[in-house]
Design a binder for this molecule. Sequence first.
Ligand code: MLT
Length: 321
Amino acid sequence: MTRLSALLALAMLTSISAQAQTYPSHAAWLIVPFAEGGPTDLIGRIAADIFARHLGQKFVVENIGGGGGTIGALRVARARADGYTLVLGHMGTHAAAPALYPDLGYDPESSFEPIGLIVEQPELVTVHRDFPANNLKEFAAYAKANESKINMGHAGVGSVSYIGCVLLNSAIGIRPIMIPFAGTAPVMNGIVAGNIDYGCDPVLNPLPHLRTGKAKALAIAAKKRSPLLPNVPTSFEQGMPEFDCAPFYAVFAPKGTPKEVVDKLAAALNKGLDEPAVQKRFADLGAFIAEPARRGPKALTELVKSEVARLGPILKTASAK
Ligand code: MLT
């Protein structure tokens, strides 16, 4: 290394570290890799509000949909690692995607600095209110008899709505027509309108439509019922334990983001998740806030690692059926 390049490298490091100390000195972006109005968007907007209030700068939500969330996640993996571009990732973008995309362009484990887990939430299988089935047994019978025409809406290969329904389809043994959208807010609109037969998505998305009776839920993909939907039986109760899906939602920064910045973001998120108003907001949406021991960069690093290892074989088996 010449004397000049050594000086330049030193100057750059000094400048990054000086910037980290005053972070955030201007507005930052939180990329939501799906359409507006869906679960990732809702959770992302709550997270952006937490960062803004605790760090004193605007955190602007930008929706970059497509590719089951992998387009927005890739954008952040390649962004400047200065803490001003973050992504709201989930079990799909940051755990399942490598098993589904051979040329993903990023690695959930090595392309990001994990900031912290926000919530986990089980999925529901939801249908139009007049759909001719009221439980998983009736759904399986109808879907098998109508396999060539039944359709399923999802938010792209690798999205959590795709993964949940793949587990369900595989348990039943059907291959429906799969219709991709940029997010699951439009999938729910399709179900309510009667254009889409079914979808699988975290509780908070179908919840308002279940409350107005425009859609109905056939099962929750979990061992326990949701306190918000005590009448919706679990997949386990209905003899379909393979349909078990409770995606995590978390914040990630690009790899190489200075530790001071990661620590500031993690501390802000942690404080926000302890606020009674935030806890009520998530509880009203049927989402479970991460326990304190499961928050922060270290716990999220471990979660991503274990979820990548868990989902790879499950998805291979599911799509092989
Ligand atoms: C997903 O299926 O991954 C999400 O529900 C999509 C969304 O948040 O719109």
